[in-house]
Write a protein that binds this ligand. Structure first.
Ligand SMILES: O=C(O)CCC(=O)C(=O)O
Length: 273
């Protein structure tokens, strides 16, 4: 991300609300052309993957920014960077994009099980609606204030590390939600709006009320400068699974960029004919 970051783009009330609730909804000024291109790049990627099948809840495109300028531009959106810089008082570093064509129905979790930092908590997600989102097409669901809970890991759950035990983590979080009496909120965002979540905010994807409706959306994950990064799900106190993230704004060589653009154009042409 080039250019100077602003540290005053949010009001004091917005910062306070983020600190209290663990999320903030903002407008990040995306233009329709960028959103439309991101969707059309997603459609190409999905077509390659789905092999005639209907769209299914778990489908997602990971790191589409490597192939799509529009997805990359959303990940590097200046308003999102300014807001994150102000909220965390460090320089944000985008490291992963996920694009979803339909509601995910993902169970409630905190991103701190997947991504954390030392010092802890310097991670955030920015979830962008690429079309209007409602309960009909499966809104993001979140639990305000849950970012103040402990950062639960596999040792808290009483299980060994690794994805095989992730379902036990999900049940553990479900039980914490039930005890907490926190009511779920649903992010019914308008196209172009963004929801910033704190790494420890419990969130997931609600079940769409209507089948076969798209819910084009993108989440970008950010770490912050000056930390070490790791994967709690695969870590024990004695053996930390460190991450070496690839930052999204790392420069591409000109030849790589030309090859990538040529491939993108070829795919668009194949799709058209
Ligand atoms: O988009 C959704 O429905 C949920 C996404 C989510 O939970 C995540 O990306 O961590």
């Amino acid at each position: 991300m080039n250019g100077q970051l602003k540290h005053d783009s949010l009001t004091a009330e917005q910062v306070e609300s983020f600190n209290q609730n663990g999320f903030l909804i903002i407008d990040i000024g995306l233009d329709d052309a960028t959103i439309d291109s991101a969707i059309s790049d997603m459609e190409i990627a999905i077509e390659e993957e789905r092999d005639g099948r209907a769209l299914w809840p778990g489908i997602r495109i990971q790191d589409g920014w490597k192939h799509s300028d529009a997805i990359k531009n959303i990940a590097l959106n200046a308003s999102a960077f300014d807001a994150l810089a102000q909220l965390f008082a460090r320089t944000p570093l985008a490291f992963q994009t996920l694009n979803f064509p339909v509601g995910t129905q993902q169970k409630a979790h905190s991103d701190t099980i997947h991504f954390n930092s030392m010092p802890s908590g310097f991670m955030a997600g920015v979830w962008v609606a690429l079309e209007d989102v409602s309960l009909d097409n499966g809104a993001l669901v979140y639990y305000p204030g849950s970012h103040k809970w402990p950062e639960y890991n596999m040792q808290d759950v009483g299980m060994g590390i690794g994805y095989d035990n992730y379902k036990h983590y999900e049940s553990f979080i479900e039980a914490r939600i039930a005890e907490s009496n926190i009511s779920p909120f649903y992010a019914e965002l308008k196209k172009g709006q963004a929801l910033i979540w704190h790494a420890n905010l419990v969130h997931g994807g609600s079940k769409p009320r209507m089948a076969n409706k798209t819910r084009f959306s993108q989440v970008t994950h950010y770490y912050f400068k000056g930390c070490k990064y790791y994967t709690p799900m695969n870590s024990t106190p004695d053996n930390i699974a460190w991450r070496q993230p690839t930052w999204i704004d790392e420069k591409e060589t000109l030849s790589d960029k030309l090859v990538r653009m040529a491939k993108q154009q070829a795919k668009k042409l194949v799709k058209r004919f």
